[in-house]
Design a protein around this ligand. Structure first.
Ligand SMILES: Cc1cc2nc3c(=O)[nH]c(=O)nc-3n(C[C@H](O)[C@H](O)[C@H](O)COP(=O)(O)OP(=O)(O)OC[C@H]3O[C@@H](n4cnc5c(N)ncnc54)[C@H](O)[C@@H]3O)c2cc1C
Length: 547
């Protein structure tokens, strides 16, 4: 049980101090060859992140802390928002005249504005003392996603609602307190001098409505807006591949998979077309790519064989990776994963994707890989919103923070989770893009805000002489990944190269499941997850295609 406890607090997703964006970008390398022979790293993948990915206007002098203002990017529109409807060229004056929440007055509680509803934001929101602060959460989705179990929803092992929890359930004050709110919107700009954020409501598939713009004044701002998938500028990825980051992505993947299975049974479809439709290709051999491949293989071995018997011999999974799969895991675990995946029918391929077409991928050696379903999982990088912020960045382009998770170039602004990284001057490494980092930063900030509040530093510009206490320290607790067929990997080393416990097999799978069941967001979700696992075991995965 001690192992379960240790694993429980660690989640999986490896890297320790090294598994950050830098390691995630080394995904592609030359040629299509057996995975045993690592090929040179794909140049585009490396430069794509560090230089071309970051516009030159964002090349900020990282040593300059003097830049107080953070007024920026009227042009920038967050992709979730339907920018064409509202345009994006409002001037500073126009933005100032938006309706919204004005600055708090004397005698009112200080207002904390939180951007995002992910791991970091929700951990912060869960703990914040709402007797001390009013809270406003602004995000383009109204729920938190329990990402470690997202891959399981793509094939019906779990239902979508089991991995999502509304943010107003996580912090009830958002729905109840007279001055606390959740706004379904994207933040499009920040004026740190005025202590205001500018936002735009977001659309939803098939549900059209007006897009409103508004502003919210803050006393303290917590930016926790996460990251975006890296595509390295490869042609066709955005248009044709599925990412796996949101529940909506998982819904689309499941729909496409079921569609392809059913369409491939249509009379008159050629053998070649059947092979293509039922070829599921995963790009990126990190934990997400591996777990998704394992889930697919489970789905094929148990459910496709029974329910799509006519086409069961046509369906295949290929995992394309540039270096080696699960590169941040212990060598023994990597070898185990490679053998296991091969045994359960996942074809592991070394390759560099050059471009993506609607029905095939072209690799850099000129070979074509036809596909029916393409899932892209090659790590994450700074979002357009983060890139648009005119403030010093950490190496890799995230918002630069100090040891207390403050954005030191501006007052009253904090950044946590995947969107933030320590500034070079702190001498600390940029932490990996992991839920366990985001969650612990959110938790740390709760305490910091309580301390600030107790010293009457909650209001805007009033925390200058506040004692902040101990800085944030991150200790990596280990990593886990499931590889399908009741097998998983548990790596409890603190960092790559260090000694520590590592396990693979059924026992690890049991630890993996126990850990996640106890970590799932709420009792409601815990109940759903346990029920879903039970029904999948007894009745198989749900293959109803709705919508
Ligand atoms: C499939 C998958 C599996 C994973 N498995 C693991 C695992 O097992 N263990 C682990 O440690 N990590 C795992 N991770 C990584 C982990 O999920 C991330 O590190 C974590 O979600 C980061 O938390 P965050 O709060 O910084 O960002 P997110 O959780 O991504 O949340 C970002 C939030 O910001 C919102 N937002 C975006 N733009 C704006 C804007 N302009 N204005 C306002 N809001 C905005 C988004 O809608 C979202 O609500 C996994 C990730 C994925 C995708």
């Amino acid at each position: 049980m001690a192992l379960v406890r240790a694993a429980r607090s660690s989640f999986r997703r490896s890297g320790g101090a090294i598994g950050n964006y830098a390691s995630e970008r080394n995904i592609f390398c030359e040629g299509i060859s057996p995975l045993r022979h690592p090929a040179p790293v794909f140049e585009k993948a490396v430069t794509g992140f560090n230089s071309s990915y970051i516009p030159s206007t964002q090349m900020i002098n990282q040593l300059s802390f003097g830049n107080r203002g953070m007024k920026f990017t009227p042009q920038y529109q967050f992709p979730h928002a339907e920018a064409q409807t509202v345009g994006g060229s409002d001037s500073k004056n126009e933005r100032s005249s938006y309706p919204g929440l004005e600055a708090t007055k004397q005698g009112e509680k200080p207002r904390v504005v939180v951007l995002g509803s992910g791991w970091a934001a929700c951990r912060f929101l869960k703990g914040i003392d709402t007797t001390m602060y009013d809270v406003v959460c602004i995000a383009p989705r109204n729920h938190m996603v329990f990402t470690p179990l997202l891959a399981s929803t793509c094939v019906g092992t779990l239902e979508f609602r089991s991995v999502a929890e509304p943010v107003t359930q996580i912090q009830k004050a958002l729905a109840k307190d007279p001055n606390s709110y959740f706004f379904l919107a994207s933040c499009t700009g920040v004026d740190a001098d005025k202590h205001e954020v500018y936002c735009q409501t977001v659309g939803d598939r098939g549900v059209s409505h007006e897009h409103y713009r508004f502003k919210v004044a803050y006393d303290k701002l917590v930016i926790a807006s996460g990251a975006e998938p890296l595509t390295f500028g490869i042609k066709g990825v955005e248009e044709h591949a599925f990412f796996l980051r949101e529940v909506q992505n998982a819904q689309e993947i499941r729909k496409k998979l079921l569609m392809n299975l059913m369409v491939s049974e249509t009379p008159g479809i050629s053998e070649e077309e059947k092979e293509r439709l039922l070829h599921c290709v995963v790009i990126g051999g990190g934990p997400t790519g591996v777990e998704f491949s394992g889930e697919l293989s489970d789905f094929i071995m148990r459910d496709v064989r029974e329910r799509y018997a006519h086409v069961k011999n046509y369906i295949h999974v290929t995992l394309i990776e540039a270096n080696e799969i699960l590169s941040s895991f212990d060598v023994g675990l990597r070898e185990y994963a490679t053998k296991h995946l091969t045994k359960v029918g996942v074809r592991l391929v070394h390759g560099v994707v050059k471009e993506v077409h609607p029905d095939k991928i072209v690799l850099s050696d000129g070979s074509d890989v036809p596909y029916g379903l393409l899932v892209w999982s090659t790590g994450v990088g700074p979002s357009k919103f983060i890139k648009s912020l005119d403030i010093p960045k950490s190496p890799g382009g995230r918002i630069g923070i100090d040891e207390w998770l403050r954005v030191p170039s501006v007052e009253d602004v904090f950044a946590i989770g995947d969107c933030a990284g320590f500034l070079e001057q702190t001498g600390k490494p940029v932490l990996p893009a992991l839920a366990q980092v985001a969650e612990r930063q959110g938790k740390y900030l709760v305490k910091l805000f309580t301390d600030i509040g107790k010293q009457n530093g909650g209001k805007a510009l009033s925390a200058k002489d506040i004692t902040l206490g101990d800085p944030f320290v991150y200790k990596h607790l280990g990593s886990m990944a499931t590889v399908g067929r009741y097998k998983a990997l548990v790596d409890l080393r603190q960092a790559k190269g260090e000694k520590g416990v590592s396990l693979a097999g059924f026992m690890s799978w049991f630890i993996w499941r126990s850990a996640y069941l106890t970590r799932v967001i709420s009792w409601r979700n815990r109940f759903y997850v346990a029920m879903n696992w039970g029904t999948t075991l007894i009745f198989g995965r749900d293959n109803t295609k709705i919508g």
